[in-house]
Design a protein. Structure first.
Length: 306
């Protein structure tokens, strides 16, 4: 039995294989078969003493069942430690019951995963009123990594214009926007957002003069319906931004929406590889490998930020 191995669902095999190569460990595919009634059969590869499950949890319902079944099979085959690497973590938005009778999905899914694996590693979890990712997963280790180091490295490698204004769509984005701007030595601004529903938002800037005549780089953690991204692009154009580019940590939107974003004045849209998507342009291998180094007995990896 190998000491460490990566297992990945077919939909994320490319990213899982790249991470396994970065770690220098084998990678096996988790095979899924769907029966006519919708039930799943899950078949894992050879178990390792420490098995890293690479499963981005977008489109989560089938993937959560696959995770449970894979964990059962791997434990039975001799795995002693299961580490879930879920670059995108599902069901985090509902962290409170806003109306009588609502389920708190964050608590329910957190307890389910905590009873299944020994450690969780995710990236820019969508936490609002939850102070720490550790409180989501009681009794196990949990790490919420920032994608900003990977994004900053990619921007520098592509030739970042220092005149660019790094922009966040709302107050919640201030932490990661300021962190990215600090790494790049750029100015930053955060818009004021008013949400009217899942698909309707208003965006405004307190000081439009800060935007006028300069390139704007719009940063958002999650784009699903695309309403916030469109509204922010329109506000930046109205304020006189010379160009508008967008980088997204978790691209959950339908690929066909990309055309509408480009028509709204966004010159380019890039996302991290947290979720397989046509806009993927920024790998997360370095930050994930660094978080996993003690699982394989490594102190560091060449070229990985410390």
């Amino acid at each position: 039995m190998n000491a460490v191995a990566v297992q990945s669902l077919l939909s994320a095999t490319r990213d899982g294989a790249r991470l396994a190569a970065r770690l220098g460990v084998p990678m096996h595919e988790i095979a899924l078969h769907r029966f006519p009634d919708g039930e799943l059969r899950v078949t894992v590869g050879p178990a390792a003493a420490t098995t890293i499950l690479y499963i981005p949890l977008d489109q989560p319902n089938d993937k959560l069942v696959a995770l449970l079944f894979a964990a059962e099979a791997l434990r039975r085959e001799g795995a002693k430690r299961l580490v879930l690497v879920a670059p995108y973590l599902c069901y985090m938005r509902q962290d409170a019951a806003f109306q009588k009778g609502e389920a708190i999905s964050q608590q329910a899914i957190g307890r389910l995963i905590a009873a299944t694996v020994d450690r969780v590693i995710t990236v820019d979890a969508h936490l609002h009123r939850t102070d720490s990712i550790c409180s989501v997963f009681p009794g196990i280790e949990a790490d919420d990594l920032s994608a900003m180091p990977a994004i900053a490295d990619a921007l520098r490698a592509a030739g970042f214009d220092p005149a660019t204004l790094v922009v966040g769509p709302d107050a919640e984005s201030q932490a990661w926007v300021s962190a990215l701007a600090g790494r790049l030595g750029a100015k930053w601004a955060v818009a004021q957002k008013t949400r009217h529903g899942d698909h309707s938002v208003d965006i405004a800037f307190a000081d439009p003069k800060l935007v006028a005549g300069r390139p704007a780089l719009l940063i958002d953690d999650i784009v699903s319906s695309g309403g916030t991204l469109l509204a922010c692009a329109q506000a930046l154009a109205a304020a006189g931004a010379s160009t508008i580019d967008a980088i997204i940590t978790h691209a959950l939107f339908a690929p066909e929406l990309t055309r509408g974003f480009l028509q709204a004045g966004i010159r380019s849209i890039r996302s991290t590889a947290s979720v397989p998507h046509p806009t993927n342009a920024i790998a997360l291998d370095n930050i994930l490998a660094q978080a996993l180094r003690r699982e394989i007995g490594a102190t560091s990896f060449p070229g990985t930020p410390s």
